[in-house]
Design a protein around this ligand. Structure first.
Ligand code: GRF
Length: 218
C-alpha cells in the first residue's frame, strides 16, 4: 500500500511551518509521503522539523556555488535522487531558472502568500496593507518559468482586519496556508490535478478560475 503513495520532496529556506503542516497531514489521511526535505540555507529551522519526523534532509547551500546554474544542477540532482512525483516549494526563497523549472513540468507547486496574480514576489502583506485591499489570502500554483505566475490551482481568501499590521496579517494568512497546501497535495496525490496548455485541469475539466477553499475544507 505504502509504495502507492505519492513521493513528495519539499524545498524550504526558513521556518518550515508549511512543511510542518504537510508532515502533520502525511501522518494522517494524506495519500502522500514526504521522502525528502531540501534547504538552500544550512540554518533553516525547518530542517529540525524534518529530522524530528524522521525525514531525510539535504542542504544545498546556494552560497557554495559561483553560478546559479551550478546551484541548480546540484539541487536538481538532490531532488531527483529522491525520485519524487511532486516537488513542493514551501517557503523556498530562491528564484529558479527556466531549465530547472522545465525539468519538473506539471509536478512542481509553490505556495504564495497573496491572492495571485496580485502581489507577486516579496513583502506581500506589507504591500497588501499599503494598497488598502479588504481581502488578502494565499495561493498554490504550478511552477512555471514566470515567477509566481504559473497556473493557479487553488486559493483561500483572508479578510484584512482594521488595525492589522504586516505581522498580524502574515500570521493569519499562514493559518490558511496550512489548510491550502495539504489540500492541494492531497488532490495531486489522488491524480485529480494536471497542468494543461497553461491552465489547470481538475477531475478532467479545465478550471475557469482557481478553486476556492473555505477554512473547514480539506
Ligand atoms: C510562507 O508565507 C510562504 O507562503 C512564503 O514564505 C512563508 C514561509 O513560511 N513563500 P514557512 O517557512 O512555511 O514557515
Amino acid at each position: 500500500m505504502s509504495e502507492k503513495r505519492l513521493r513528495v520532496v519539499v524545498l524550504i529556506s526558513g521556518r518550515g511551518r508549511n512543511l510542518q503542516s504537510l508532515i502533520n497531514r502525511a501522518a494522517g489521511d494524506l495519500p502522500a509521503e514526504i521522502v525528502g526535505v531540501i534547504s538552500n540555507r544550512p540554518r533553516a529551522a525547518g530542517l529540525a522539523r524534518a529530522d524530528k519526523a524522521g525525514i531525510p534532509t539535504v542542504v544545498i547551500d546556494h552560497a557554495d556555488f559561483e553560478s546559479r546554474a551550478g546551484f541548480e544542477a546540484a539541487l536538481q540532482a538532490a531532488i531527483d535522487n529522491f525520485e519524487p512525483g511532486l516537488v513542493v516549494l514551501a517557503g523556498f526563497m530562491r528564484k529558479l531558472g527556466d531549465d530547472f523549472v522545465a525539468h519538473y513540468p506539471g509536478r512542481m507547486i509553490n505556495i504564495h502568500p497573496s491572492l495571485l496574480p496580485a502581489f507577486r514576489g516579496l513583502d506581500t502583506h506589507e504591500r497588501a496593507l499599503e494598497a488598502g485591499v479588504k481581502e488578502h489570502g494565499c495561493s498554490v500554483h504550478f511552477v512555471t518559468e514566470k515567477l509566481d505566475g504559473g497556473p493557479i490551482i487553488a486559493q483561500m481568501r483572508v479578510r484584512v482586519e482594521d488595525g492589522d499590521d504586516p505581522e498580524a496579517l502574515a500570521a493569519r494568512v499562514l493559518t490558511y496556508e496550512h489548510e491550502l497546501l495539504p489540500a492541494v497535495v492531497h488532490w495531486f496525490a489522488e491524480g485529480r490535478l494536471r497542468i494543461n496548455d497553461g491552465g489547470v485541469e481538475m477531475d478532467g475539466m479545465t478550471l475557469m478560475a482557481p478553486a476556492l477553499l473555505e477554512m473547514e475544507a480539506r
